[in-house]
Design a protein. Structure first.
Length: 208
């Protein structure tokens, strides 16, 4: 993953923006579809956000509210936004809040496709900017990391109905802490089944 480009690849003229980019195991068209088919999923993958509300209010219009824990002191947010489908990705245009937009830009890469996430902030005078530093979302690098992992697994396992159902109906709605607990419980269960299978194997090897 990279966020080291000197110029914002989404909007070179942006005065106040942050971005992160990473390669994926999807093709360009598949990655574009992934981004456009479920914008809520893109946001819920962020490990620093807990949502109290994420609802569709109209055609390509949404409302989300919750808590952002990417800073030392977490902060609440409550924003409405429009989703604009682009030829090479999707753009979220906020109606309110400190952010002006979030763009998911898809480009071809040597192997698969590259995804760039870019947050652009509203132009503020220096006094107001300093006063609102506590509202700046600092999660973009971790968000990109988790999104890269999710895309890799979705490409690999997304065609399996039970996996797809779990990720869409259960995992997506869990809070980040709930996902970590669920992950540990799944691996504990797998480990227990492995121990049972080992015990059965030893029994039959000794007494069968």
């Amino acid at each position: 993953m990279s966020s080291s480009e000197a110029v914002n690849p989404v909007n070179p003229d942006a005065d106040d923006a942050v971005w992160a980019a990473f390669n994926t195991n999807m093709g360009v068209e598949q990655l574009i579809r992934f981004c456009q088919e479920d914008v809520e999923r893109l946001f819920r993958i962020n490990p620093y956000i807990e949502y109290d509300c994420f609802e569709q209010t109209g055609d390509k219009q949404f409302h989300m509210a919750g808590k952002n824990s990417s800073q030392t002191e977490s902060f609440q947010f409550d924003v409405r936004f429009d989703v604009i489908e682009l030829g090479n990705g999707v753009k979220v245009q906020y109606q309110d809040g400190l952010k002006q937009s979030t763009t998911f830009l898809v480009e071809a890469a040597e192997s698969g496709a590259k995804l760039t996430i870019s947050d652009e902030y509203r132009k503020l005078d220096e006094i107001e900017k300093q006063a609102r530093l506590g509202e700046v979302d600092q999660s973009i690098v971790n968000w990109a990391n988790d999104l890269q992992t999710f895309i890799y697994n979705w490409k690999r396992w997304g065609g399996i109905p039970p996996y797809r159902w779990y990720m869409q109906k259960v995992w997506k709605k869990l809070k980040p802490t709930g996902r970590r607990i669920a992950y540990m419980l799944i691996w504990i269960t797998v480990f227990e089944f492995a121990l049972i299978a080992l015990g059965v194997g030893i029994y039959f090897a000794e007494y069968a």
